[in-house]
Design a protein around this ligand. Structure first.
Ligand SMILES: O=C(CO)[C@H](O)[C@H](O)COP(=O)(O)O
Length: 221
């Protein structure tokens, strides 16, 4: 299983985002948290910032939409060139239609689930998605503690993937550190978002390497 590390710029210096994205060249993608102060009680930025990040980043954008009325707004983020656009099941009226709209515009389609949202209704819809994000904190803020009680959802997802669906990324986001990444990896995650444990480190590239090594070790276990 290939391990992917996606640092979250939620924990980066917002007035120097071009420089901050340039510090994570060892990462597989940059995780971009879009928050609207409605779906979550925090506010970050919108499509203009994502468009500029897309222009200056040498690694792909993994956009995580924490916004209301996402069926209406998600397709516009795919048109900006993001590699993957992930939207919340709780914010969507029609998850299949929105996923198809993303793919039609050339991006991968990701489905995110808050910690309290069950995975079972979505297992039969997996072919519609390229990534499923199991939130391991309540969305909205960086620096929270990892919620191990979300791991059964990852196990269910990993077990549900047929052999021709193994390329679907199973992503975790929230509280991922060298101490917790192995728990998520053993439960079936292959794509790891890390904010404070990367951007809070003195050496961000070493932090990315440490996370990757810990996840690979857990998969090999
Ligand atoms: O989606 C998010 C919060 O809603 C962030 O990506 C996440 O919290 C990353 O921060 P940390 O690794 O510090 O927990």
């Amino acid at each position: 299983m290939t391990v992917r590390i996606h640092p979250s710029i939620l924990s980066a210096d917002f007035v120097n985002l071009e420089r901050e994205v340039g510090r994570i060249t060892a990462a597989d993608a940059v995780h971009v948290d879009v928050m609207d102060n409605h779906f979550v009680p925090n506010l970050t930025f919108g499509p203009q910032m994502v468009e500029r990040l897309q222009a200056v980043s040498s690694i792909p954008l993994d956009v995580h939409l924490m916004i209301a009325d996402v069926d209406r707004w998600a397709p516009g983020y795919a048109e900006l060139g993001a590699e993957c656009v992930t939207f919340h099941a709780e914010a969507a009226a029609d998850v299949v239609a929105t996923a198809r709209a993303l793919r039609e515009r050339g991006s991968l389609a990701g489905l995110a689930l808050k910690p309290g949202t069950p995975v079972e209704p979505y297992l039969e819809l997996l072919p519609e998605f390229d990534q499923v994000l199991v939130m391991t904190v309540e969305p909205g803020f960086g620096g929270q503690s990892f919620m191990a009680e979300t791991m059964p959802k990852l196990r269910s997802l990993r077990a549900a993937l047929r052999s021709d669906e193994r390329s679907i990324r199973l992503q975790v986001d929230g509280g991922i550190t060298v101490d917790t990444i192995g728990i998520a990896a053993e439960a079936g995650a292959d794509t790891f978002v890390a904010g404070s444990s990367v951007y809070g480190a003195d050496d961000v590239e070493a932090a990315i390497a440490g996370l990757r090594a810990a996840a690979i070790a857990a998969h090999a276990h």
